[in-house]
Design a protein around this ligand. Structure first.
Ligand code: PEP
Length: 262
C-alpha cells in the first residue's frame, strides 16, 4: 500500500517571529513550484508563539501545501492548567498536527506514556493528527532492549484508540542517541525498527491500521541521508530538527523525498 510521505520540521525552541516568518516563506516559495500531488505532506512545527505569525503569512496557493503542527498540547479543553495550551486552541490557531511524546519532553518535562495517550485521544477527538514520538536511549540499545522498550511505548500511546484513529495517526521513531548528534541511525536498522512498530500496530489494532499509519524516522536527518532513508520500505517520512531550521536544507530534503518516494 502506498502511503503519502510526511516531511516534518520540528523547530523546537528556536526562531523569533520574524525569523519564523522568513523560514516559512523560504519553504512556501519552494513548495509553490509544485502541485500538492507532487509534494510529500510538508509539516512545520514552530513554537506556540510563532504559529500565528507563520499562519499570517499564508496565501491561497501555499495553504494546502504546508501544514502546521504544535510541538505539544494539553489533553483538557480548558481550565486551570497554567502555562498549557489545549487542542481546541491549537486547532483555532490553524494547526492540523500535534507532535507528542518527543524525547525532550519525556526527559526534561517528565512526560509519561499515560500523558501521551491522553494527549493522543484529545488530539484525535479534536480532529487533528498526532505525531507520536518514540525511541530508545543509547544505554537501552546497547543492552538489547530497544524493541521491547519501543513496543511498550507504542502500546501505551495507542491504548483505547479506534482502528480509524490509529490509521490516520503518525508515529516518529527517533532513537534518542541520534537526535541532534549528527549521527543518524543506519537506514536498514531504522527500517527494521519501523517494521517492528508496524507489527505492534497490527497486533494492537488491525492490518488496515498498520498499513495506513505513517511511521517516520527522526534523528540527524540531513539532505545527504534522506534518499537512502526514504528508499526503505517502511519509512514513511522524516521528523527533522536541525536541518529544518534553514529553508535550503529543508527544501533539499523535500526535493529528494519527491524523487524517491512521492
Ligand atoms: C528531533 O528533534 O525530532 C530531531 C530529530 O532533531 P535532529 O534532526 O536535529 O536530530
Amino acid at each position: 500500500m502506498s502511503r503519502k510521505p510526511i516531511i516534518a520540521g520540528n523547530w523546537k525552541m528556536n526562531l523569533l517571529q520574524e525569523d519564523a516568518k522568513s523560514l516559512f516563506m523560504g519553504i512556501a516559495t519552494f513548495a509553490e513550484n509544485f502541485s500538492k500531488d507532487q509534494l510529500p505532506e510538508i509539516v512545520i512545527a514552530p513554537t506556540f508563539l510563532s504559529i500565528p505569525a507563520v499562519e499570517s503569512m499564508r496565501c491561497d496557493k501555499c495553504r494546502p501545501l504546508i501544514a502546521t503542527a504544535s510541538q505539544n498540547c494539553h489533553w483538557e479543553n480548558s481550565g486551570a492548567y497554567t502555562g498549557e495550551v489545549s487542542v481546541e486552541m491549537i486547532k483555532d490557531a490553524g494547526c492540523s498536527y500535534v507532535i507528542i511524546g518527543h524525547s525532550e519532553r519525556r526527559q526534561y518535562f517528565s512526560e509519561t506514556d499515560e500523558m501521551i495517550n491522553k494527549k493522543a485521544k484529545a488530539i484525535l477527538a479534536g480532529g487533528l493528527i498526532p505525531i507520536i514520538c518514540c525511541g530508545e536511549t543509547l544505554e537501552q540499545r546497547e543492552s538489547g532492549v530497544t524493541d521491547e522498550h519501543i513496543a511498550s511505548q507504542i502500546r501505551a500511546a495507542l491504548k483505547g484508540l479506534s482502528e480509524d484513529e490509529i490509521a490516520k495517526s503518525a508515529i516518529a521513531y527517533e532513537p534518542i542517541w541520534a537526535i541532534g548528534t549528527g549521527k543518524s541511525c543506519d537506514a536498514t536498522e531504522a527500517n527494521r525498527v519501523i517494521a517492528m512498530i508496524r507489527n505492534v500496530v497490527k497486533e494492537v489494532s488491525s492490518s488496515k491500521a498498520a498499513d495506513s499509519i505513517r511511521i517516520l524516522y527522526g534523528g540527524s536527518v540531513k539532505p545527504s541521508t534522506i534518499e537512502e532513508q526514504m528508499s526503505k520500505s517502511d519509512i514513511d517520512g522524516a521528523l527533522i530538527g536541525g536541518a529544518s531550521l534553514k529553508a535550503d536544507s529543508f527544501n533539499e530534503i523535500i526535493e529528494k523525498t519527491m524523487k524517491v518516494a512521492v
